[in-house]
Design a protein around this ligand. Structure first.
Ligand code: SAM
Length: 355
């Protein structure tokens, strides 16, 4: 158990949010107690966001303070998944290498100043809704193309972290369905790969690639790969609507649900504990709640946490009644386990085998 003196900002059936600097808050988490850190830190952007960003040159040193705590709290076979956008070098049409410098440093041995993590895989979040910036190079001089991908580093202290792609299977393509129905003759491909008859077997779905797609964009990118395709601009979502209605500024750099959903399913099982130390509008917590994972969220800015409560209909008394009834029906008899803000005794969640 943790000895934190912090009171949660709000708590739900499966998780809690805390207002404050995660560098401090992390100290209250037990060693080796977290199954997954799924987060998107502030990036080193050329154009500063309202929540503040660190310059590319100082970025790696700034991030390492947090990374050392991530390494301490993560379970030996847990995963640390970091969504980190690229940026440009000021005044020229060339890309900064800061996010590559970061991953190299995180994977250096501890005695060489790193965190001794392993890169399990690099994933990609495909976001076609990104603006065509920097305008100078993309829309004015037309010498660069539109940036549409964020790298997502999947790291772990272990060489073989806990994961199962069976939890993120995609529907088979029509071609594969056809092949399973009509059979396939084992043969050597032009690439010289031997395709065996095992390709005929129905395993319940296709193994996704490193491109993480949202339903809206799946057709654009063809067969699922290691790219997560999703925009974070949906004007239909309840979070944005409720922020608008209550005059709260929506978070400017939210995850699409598809991203934490893919990562949480891939790297954890029900009852595992997920931490987002840069929670923003708490998309990670909301998805973890739905997937019945325990979760902890830290955020520095109270406005973002206030708005994030709209992601949990049970915490939002002004949510429209029809919507609430629908959510309850979808919960399928699941009890409404939300505890009112600041009435909870338990501080941080501890995992089953936390020490
Ligand atoms: C890129 S945003 C995360 C957005 C989030 N994934 C979402 O879906 O809304 C990064 C967040 O980190 C927060 N932040 C920056 N430094 C922090 C710190 N030291 N402790 C806690 N939160 C911090 C910022 O306020 C910002 O909301």
């Amino acid at each position: 158990m943790s000895n934190s003196l912090q009171t949660p900002y709000y708590t739900t059936e499966h998780g809690s949010t805390y207002l404050g600097n995660s560098l401090e808050l992390l100290k209250s988490i037990d060693d080796c107690s977290i199954d997954l850190i799924c987060t998107s830190p502030p990036f080193a952007l050329l154009r500063q966001k309202s929540y503040g960003n660190v310059e590319a040159a100082e970025y790696v040193e700034w991030f390492m303070q947090f990374a050392r705590e991530f390494k301490r709290v993560i379970k030996p076979e847990g995963s640390i998944v970091i969504d980190i956008g690229g940026t440009w070098i000021k005044g020229q049409p060339t890309r900064s290498l800061y996010h590559y410098e970061l991953v190299l440093r995180l994977c250096k041995p501890e005695d060489a100043g790193g965190c001794g993590l392993n890169l399990a895989q690099e994933l990609f979040w495909y976001n076609p809704a990104k603006l065509p910036t920097p305008a100078e190079w993309v829309t004015v001089r037309r010498v660069r193309v539109k940036d549409a991908v964020n790298t997502v580093w999947w790291l772990s202290p272990a060489i073989n972290p806990k994961a199962s792609n069976r939890r993120v299977l995609k529907p088979y393509s029509d071609a594969q369905k056809n092949l399973m129905k009509n059979g396939y003759k084992a043969k050597l491909r032009p690439s010289e790969h031997q395709i065996s008859t095992k390709f005929n077997i129905d395993n319940g779905g296709a193994i996704p690639s490193t491109l993480i797609p949202d339903a809206d964009f799946e057709n654009q990118i063809g067969a699922p790969v290691n790219l997560i395709a999703a925009s974070n601009t949906s004007s239909m979502d309840v979070y944005q609507r409720r922020c608008r209605e209550e005059g709260i500024k929506a978070h400017p750099a939210r995850f699409p649900h598809a991203l934490p959903e893919f990562i949480i399913n891939l790297c954890t099982e029900e009852g595992d504990t997920v931490l987002d130390p840069f929670a923003g509008s708490n998309t990670t917590g909301a998805v973890a709640e739905r997937l019945k994972r325990k979760w902890i969220a830290f955020e520095l800015n109270e406005d973002y946490l206030r708005g994030s409560q709209f992601r949990f209909p049970e915490l939002d008394p002004n949510q429209d009644k029809e919507f609430l009834a629908d959510i309850k029906a979808k919960k399928n008899g699941h009890k409404n386990g939300v505890t009112p803000k600041k009435e909870q005794g338990q501080l941080f969640l501890t995992s089953n085998n936390g020490n």
